[in-house]
Every structure is written in C-alpha cells, then in structure tokens.
Design a protein around this ligand. Structure first.
Ligand code: SAM
Ligand code: SF4
Length: 348
C-alpha cells in the first residue's frame, strides 16, 4: 500500500517533460487496463460464482476519479487504455467516461482507447464508441452454440451478443474475439470458431483458464492446455507463427487456410512476462502491478487525500518500482485459487 506522505520525489526532471514509467526490469509501462465495475450481467462459470457479493457503490472510484487518474497515467507516458470489468458497459453512465477520455485521443497524448466486453450492450453503444475514437473492441465469446452459451454464462442470450458484434463491425470498429478454452465444453468447437471469426475478418484469441477467485467448479476440470488445443488444430489447419507482438501475453499465428490471425494466451503452459508493458487498476482504485501477484498500491486513498496530481503521479511512480518480474500460476486440484481476486475485480 502506498502512503501519500512517504512518497519518493518525482522522477520527472524539471523542464524535460515526464520520463516514461520504467519498472525495475527496464520495461516501459505504457498500457493501463481499468476495471470500471466488478458487476456483470453474466456469470461465466470459470470467472464468477453464481452468487457473487459485489462491492458497495461507495467503494468504487467515481467516473470523475477514474478520469483524473487516467489523466495522470497519460501524463506519465501511458499510451493505451483498456476499459474492462466486470462488464464495463453495465456501469451507469459509462459513456461519460469514454467521452471524457476521448479528449486525450484528440490531443494525440493517447494512442488507443479500447475496451473488453461481453457484447451484451454493444448494439446500443457501438455507434457512439466508434464516434469517440474507439477503433477496436475485444468481445469475449466462448461458443457459437446458443445452448452452451447459456450454460457457460448461466444467463446469456447468444443472439444478443452476435447482434452486438455486428453493430460494432457496422460502426467501423475492428472486433477481436476472445475465447477461453474449456475442456469438454468448447475444445471441439475451436476450428468452427476460427472459420466463423476469420470469415468475418476478425482475429480470434484463445485463452487458458487462470486460477483467479473462488468459483463452484474445480478449474482443473475446466483447464484445456493450449499446447494440446494447438496440436489438435494442426491436424486441420496450417499455422504459421507471426512475429506480431503487443507487449502482451498473446502469441500469434496465421491460419493459412483462412488467412486470419489466431492468438494464444498461455499463462499456465508458457508465460511471456519478460515483455509485459501493463498494469491494472481495479474498480476500487487499487493498482495491481501484475495480474497474478498480490502487491498493489492504494491510489484511491491518494486520490481522495489530495487534489494535487503531482502527488498522485508520484504514487504511481512508486508503485511501478514494485512491479514484479512475472506471475507463477499453477492449477492444482484441491488448492484454493492461486489468486483470491476474481478476474472481474482486477480487470481482464
Ligand atoms: N465482462 C467482460 C468480458 O467478458 O469480456 C470484461 C471482463 S472479463 C473478466 C475479461 C476476460 O477475462 C474475458 O475474456 C473472460 O473470458 C476472461 N476471464 C475471466 N475469468 C477468467 C479466468 N479465470 N481465466 C481466464 N480468463 C478469464
Ligand atoms: Fe462477466 Fe466477463 Fe466474467 Fe463473463 S467473463 S462473468 S462476462 S466479467
């Protein structure tokens, strides 16, 4: 936890503009992911439990506080913001935040403003998001089977999400589909999802299930190693590795038969922490330096203690000096989740 009184002096040299945020492993931190709510209109079985206790509203950062904090990160060299959650588009007045943040796109200070969503509200919001400069959106979708979809999400309607994806594409946004690979649930559907996504010109990224937060199921039963999924895919498709890097954990291949791009996020079987360029802000203003580690900085306390953005910037700088080298996820039977926070709190 950071203490506003004992913060180190700013690393910003006078008159030289802000130095980029560099962590102890010489990684420039240019990407902030922000969870704007822990709430969601779905209850994906690998993400949440059926009966989640959500946070009281007073614990959440207000939209004004989120805007102020994002401004501080941008002034300190962050170039990419991703709004996530929980489901970001169920937060009341969320478009107010997008409208505020879009001024940083207009000024050129921010290179990219984007979001990760389950797509249920996209049909409503896509036109305005696109008009505000949101060029790309990640939509999480684990199956194209409506019955399975309801089963995985415990309440979702597949056609609503498909309509959201369509609306985003129509509005001119580039859509990427994220699918968590779930053993015995969607493993056999992956080739069809590739054909569908690539047929519509969308990238597809597969994700290994991570041990984040307690749920009813045992994640060992859900876990499908992507090394196995990839091997199976190679019997149908020709996968050519691509050099594309986003500073993130995904590694990409081109599927020669479709011409589309397929990503693999493999935190369990292979991690790529050495090039990590990101930190994550929870909806309560805790800055996590790594998705899989516990260390954090309480930026809400600093936000609420002072109106001085320079103090806030120093709290951010101090936190970055504590960014760990990487995570060490393992999924083992009869072990509590490796990280107690659900993905919906830290922001996926
Ligand atoms: N609700 C939005 C959505 O589903 O896109 C944004 C938040 S959600 C937490 C972000 C991403 O995290 C989704 O792609 C979801 O599938 C993924 N996710 C959630 N829990 C996960 C877990 N335990 N392991 C791996 N991915 C997870
Ligand atoms: Fe909600 Fe996204 Fe978690 Fe599914 S993965 S329960 S949509 S936050």
């Amino acid at each position: 936890m950071s203490d506003a009184i004992s913060l180190p002096p700013s690393v910003v040299p006078k008159g030289a503009g802000p130095a980029p945020l560099i962590d102890p492993f010489q990684r420039a931190i240019t990407y902030l992911r922000i969870s704007v709510t822990d709430r969601c209109d779905l209850r994906c079985a690998y993400c949440m439990s059926e009966t989640m206790q959500f946070l009281p509203k007073r614990d959440l950062l207000s939209l004004e506080e989120l805007d102020r904090l994002c401004g501080v990160f941008i002034a300190r060299g962050v170039r990419k913001l991703r709004i996530t959650g929980g489901e970001p588009l169920v937060r009341r007045d969320i478009m107010h935040l997008f409208r505020r943040l879009s001024r940083h796109l207009d000024s050129g200070a921010l290179k990219e403003l984007t979001l990760t969503t389950n797509g249920t509200q996209l049909a409503r919001f896509a036109p305005e998001l696109a008009a505000l400069g949101v060029k790309r959106v990640n939509v999480s979708l684990d199956t194209l089977d409506a019955v399975k979809f309801k089963d995985i999400t415990r309440r979702g309607e597949l056609p609503v999400v498909l309509a959201g994806i369509e609306a985003a594409r129509k509005a001119g946004m580039q859509v990427k589909i994220n699918a968590v690979a779930l053993r015995d649930v969607n493993g056999d559907e992956i080739p069809d999802m590739i054909a569908w996504a690539h047929g519509l010109g969308m990238d597809l990224t597969l994700i290994e299930v991570m041990p984040l937060g307690e749920i009813e199921a045992d994640r060992t039963d859900q876990f499908l190693p992507l090394s196995v999924a990839r091997q199976r895919l190679e019997s149908r498709y020709t996968l050519t590795p691509l050099p594309d890097r986003t500073g993130g954990p995904a590694r990409y291949v081109r599927v020669e038969e479709t011409g589309g791009r397929l990503g693999f996020i493999t935190p369990l079987t292979h991690n790529f922490c050495e090039s990590c360029n990101r930190v994550r802000l929870t909806c309560t203003g805790q800055l996590y330096l790594c998705l899989g580690q516990e260390d954090s900085a309480d930026l809400r306390a600093v936000l609420r203690a002072t109106n001085d953005d320079a103090v806030l910037a120093r709290a951010v700088e101090e936190a970055i000096t504590r960014k760990p080298k990487g995570h060490d996820f393992v999924i083992e039977r009869q072990r509590p989740a490796a990280v107690p926070r659900h993905m919906s709190v830290t922001g996926g």
